[in-house]
Write a protein that binds this ligand. Structure first.
Ligand code: NAP
Length: 249
């Protein structure tokens, strides 16, 4: 039996757990950070909470006799991805990164790419005054000093201070439709969308809506991928990797 640890917190991680649980000689443990109060749970065994850094993760790999790790975390979860490289290296456990591609702009898009959330906050007042902000509740502090911008903040969990002074919060995790995103932007007279390049299909409709309504999108680029690990873009690719790996054992 090959035990796979999936580092999760994404739709892909849940789909992968469901797929791998159908394989005869594979058992799966999915790991979540525990950030949300009502997480969407993957199929099969799930553990929740941090490991205690790379050494804690390495100890978990040993204790659970993990045969391979798949890092299917969000493209912006850079710390756990680096920890996975470190722990896999020191434990000799094969590691695969499952990372969906970023969004690609189309004709009619007005995208302004920035390297970090702080850069987005610095650029925002020159671009718009009423922002739909979907960069996540942990990023709100970066926008807290922008008193001249009104924010429509959409997060999964309620944000905690520091937050912008002018702010309305919508709690929702999607998926969203092009029509509902257009309606949201029009109802609130949003003149700029601020987002991270998650690449998620379930949250891409705001990009279509922004194009439809000719408003700019301020997009935070992804942090660098771990360079020491093999990576694939889709769940079927990751399943194929596991099947190959399982056959070689
Ligand atoms: P992060 O900054 O990369 O990780 C911070 C710490 O959280 C890690 O050092 C680790 O603690 C713990 N952790 C993160 N992911 C974990 C997992 N899957 N299982 C167990 N522990 C985990 O992560 P983050 O950006 O805060 O994201 C947290 C989780 O939310 C990730 O699993 C990610 O997939 C999901 N998520 C993130 C975003 C985003 O925008 N960042 C968006 C949607 C979903 P220890 O060092 O104690 O092990």
């Amino acid at each position: 039996m090959l035990t796979i640890l999936i580092l999760g917190g994404t739709a892909e991680a849940r789909h992968l757990a469901a797929e791998l649980n159908t394989l005869p000689d594979v058992t799966v443990i999915s790991s979540l950070a525990g950030r949300t109060s009502t997480p969407l749970l993957p199929h099969g065994r799930v553990r929740i909470g941090g490991f205690g850094g790379p050494s804690g993760l390495a100890a978990f790999l040993r204790a659970e006799h993990i045969g391979a790790i798949i890092d299917a975390t969000h493209p912006f979860a850079a710390v756990i991805s680096a920890n996975a490289v470190d722990a896999a290296g020191r434990s000799g456990v094969p590691l695969l990164v499952l990372r969906r591609p970023g969004w690609i702009s189309r004709e009619g898009d007005d995208w302004r790419r920035v390297p970090t959330v702080a850069d987005a906050a610095a650029a925002l007042p020159r671009i718009g005054r009423r922002a739909l902000l979907t960069t996540g509740r942990q990023t709100l502090a970066a926008f807290a000093a922008l008193d001249d911008v009104w924010f429509l903040v959409r997060t999964v969990e309620p944000p905690a201070p520091p937050v912008p002074a002018q702010m309305t919060v919508i709690l929702d995790r999607g998926p969203f439709t092009r029509a509902s995103e257009r309606a949201l932007i029009e109802t609130h007279a949003v003149d700029v969308v601020v987002t991270k390049d998650s690449g998620s299909p379930s949250t891409a409709a705001k990009l279509d809506a922004a194009r439809d309504l000719s408003i700019p999108v301020l997009i935070v680029d992804r942090p660098p991928m771990p360079t020491d690990a093999e990576s694939v873009p889709t769940v079927p690719d990751a399943v194929a990797w596991v099947v190959r790996h399982s056959a070689r054992r």
